[in-house]
Write a protein that binds this ligand. Structure first.
Ligand SMILES: Cc1cc2nc3c(=O)[nH]c(=O)nc-3n(C[C@H](O)[C@H](O)[C@H](O)COP(=O)(O)OP(=O)(O)OC[C@H]3O[C@@H](n4cnc5c(N)ncnc54)[C@H](O)[C@@H]3O)c2cc1C
Ligand SMILES: NC(=O)c1ccc[n+]([C@@H]2O[C@H](COP(=O)([O-])OP(=O)(O)OC[C@H]3O[C@@H](n4cnc5c(N)ncnc54)[C@H](O)[C@@H]3O)[C@@H](O)[C@H]2O)c1
Length: 456
């Protein structure tokens, strides 16, 4: 074993929360090491949010040109990939500059615990280093889960990693999974010119949402020409992605395509970390067990982001950073009761903060509900974006806003406005009676909130 190098703080994996805390601590003069196997800035920047939102924007541009009546010259996937790569590499560069400016010790290689808070790193350019931290943070993320379907592995399916870095437009794309990645990629590739079929084993896509939301997404996608097969399991895959694939379904039918993309959830990156040697416990799914301070079962060993079971969003990993910063400096911020908003970047866009109807019912919370079709919002009409609706949940006995879901153009931004009202604990009437500029999409909130049933 190489000599042991000692640091006050060691980070295994450089995801959103970890890299941010590492930079903060290093800037404050602490001795810090960050071990990263290759993705400077983490998965969001390299293989997830940033390349996907860049690809989605290219697909939107192609769609808008088509809607405006421009002759469709066909997609130049080399140009699309080149744009994605440029945006990613610029952001990697910004991250690298931030790392250098912060001045922590960056170990490029794969880390593995060999003892509590001691990690051996197989360096990418050869050799090993062993580092030990007074505090250690695990921020290794997740990777695409490949369901155990006969023939699927052998078909060499794409995951988001390949789908976001290709110069080849699939002629007929089969997507396994109708969640975030499946839906975002399905619409993007359809707009770029692929024929797309989504296979979703649950009764609906976006299965964590209320059924009216899922059904509206299904209707919008089907109207656009994306095929969705609901409530079916793929039971066998034959062929190879990139050439020809045939998928046999549980209902006895077969779907054929040229490519297959798996978007069926995530597996935590914990299996090869030597966590048993570190005294760090995992649960049955391989997720690191943490308490509400993000402390693991081992002394001074913490976990951050998806590997700790934090909801799978960059802003949630970032909030883990806030929690750990607070914990290290004697504060008391925890994961308890935090409300995490999210947006799904499809059109119509999906955004949500707080409870939906299904969750309120399951928790026995009495609510008043108001719903407004996007067609009632003037700006949605001017934009030709009338699909979807807004839905708000108000406490039955007070005027507090408990949750807001929107399927419609700019949903993520409108959700943020509602989120601010919720943080300020404003009664819904304050938002209802506020002057919102005309014709913004947010103006729909004025109209929506007029429809809230009276209390009692
Ligand atoms: C296609 C896709 C699109 C997404 N879009 C969005 C979006 O629009 N908005 C949003 O909020 N979220 C989005 N997400 C989720 C978001 O990317 C993650 O929640 C976010 O990146 C947080 O990740 P993290 O902090 O848990 O770790 P990650 O960012 O995954 O970082 C883990 C790091 O650990 C490194 N690592 C792993 N093992 C080792 C080891 N043994 N040694 C050294 N290094 C190691 C990895 O290389 C990686 O850099 C998307 C995800 C995907 C897959
Ligand atoms: N806009 C965003 O913020 C964004 C974008 C992409 C990803 N993400 C994050 O990444 C996470 C992972 O995304 P994801 O799409 O892989 O997971 P997901 O959990 O969102 O969706 C996976 C879907 O696949 C289905 N499924 C699972 N196994 C299947 C099978 N064998 N056959 C057919 N369907 C199957 C599930 O029922 C589920 O609906 C998301 O939960 C989200 O938190 C966020």
């Amino acid at each position: 074993m190489s000599d042991i190098e000692r640091f006050e703080y060691v980070f295994l994996g450089g995801g959103k929360g970890g890299k941010t805390l590492a930079m903060d601590l290093a800037k404050a003069g602490k001795s810090v090491a960050l071990i990263e196997k290759g993705m400077i800035g983490g998965s969001c920047i390299n293989v997830a949010c940033i390349p996907s939102k860049t690809l989605i924007q290219s697909a939107r541009n192609a769609h808008a040109a088509k809607m405006a009546g421009s002759a469709s010259p066909g997609t130049d996937m080399r140009a699309v990939r080149s744009r994605v790569r440029t945006v990613v590499s610029e952001m990697v560069d910004i991250n690298m500059k931030g790392f250098v400016a912060a001045g922590f010790d960056l170990l490029l290689g794969t880390g593995r615990f060999v003892a509590p808070r001691r990690i051996e790193v197989a360096l990418n350019d050869g050799g090993t280093r062993t580092v030990e931290g007074t505090h250690v943070f695990i921020n290794t993320g997740t990777r695409a889960a490949i369901p155990d379907i006969p023939g699927l592995h052998a078909s060499e399916p794409m995951t988001h990693v390949e789908a976001l870095d290709t110069s080849e437009l699939p002629e007929k794309l089969i997507i396994v999974g109708g969640g975030y990645i499946g839906l975002e990629m399905a619409q993007a590739y359809h707009r770029l010119g692929s024929t797309v079929t989504i296979l979703q084993e649950m009764p609906h896509v976006a299965h964590r949402e209320d059924v009216d939301v899922s059904e509206a997404i299904e209707a919008a996608f089907e109207e656009d020409g994306i095929e969705i097969k609901l409530g079916v399991k793929a039971i066998r895959v034959e062929g190879r992605s990139g050439d020809r694939v045939n998928v046999t379904l549980s209902d006895g039918t077969t779907v054929s395509g040229t490519h297959i993309l798996v978007a069926a959830g995530r597996t935590p990156v914990t299996a090869d970390l030597g966590l048993d040697l570190a005294g760090v416990e995992i649960d049955g799914r391989g997720i690191i067990k943490v308490d509400e301070r993000l402390a693991t079962s081992a002394l001074n060993t913490w976990a951050i982001g998806e590997v700790a079971g934090t909801p799978m969003f960059t802003h949630a990993s970032y909030d883990d950073y806030r929690i750990l910063k607070s914990q290290l400096s004697g504060g008391n911020r925890t994961t308890h009761d935090r409300i995490i908003p999210y947006a799904m970047f499809i059109e119509p866009e999906l955004g949500r903060i707080g409870l939906n109807e299904t969750e309120a019912k399951a928790r026995g919370i009495a609510v008043r509900i108001a719903k407004l079709p996007m067609a009632a919002v003037p700006r949605a009409r001017t934009n030709g974006a009338m699909r979807g609706f807004m839905k708000i949940l108000i406490d039955a006995n007070s005027d507090q806003i408990l949750g807001f879901t929107m399927l419609g153009t700019n949903a993520g931004e409108v959700v943020t406005a509602v989120q601010m009202a919720m943080i300020a604990k404003l009664p819904y009437t304050a938002v209802r009676d506020s002057i919102i500029a005309h014709p913004l999409i947010s103006e729909g909130l004025n109209i929506l909130l007029l429809n809230v049933p009276a209390a009692g």
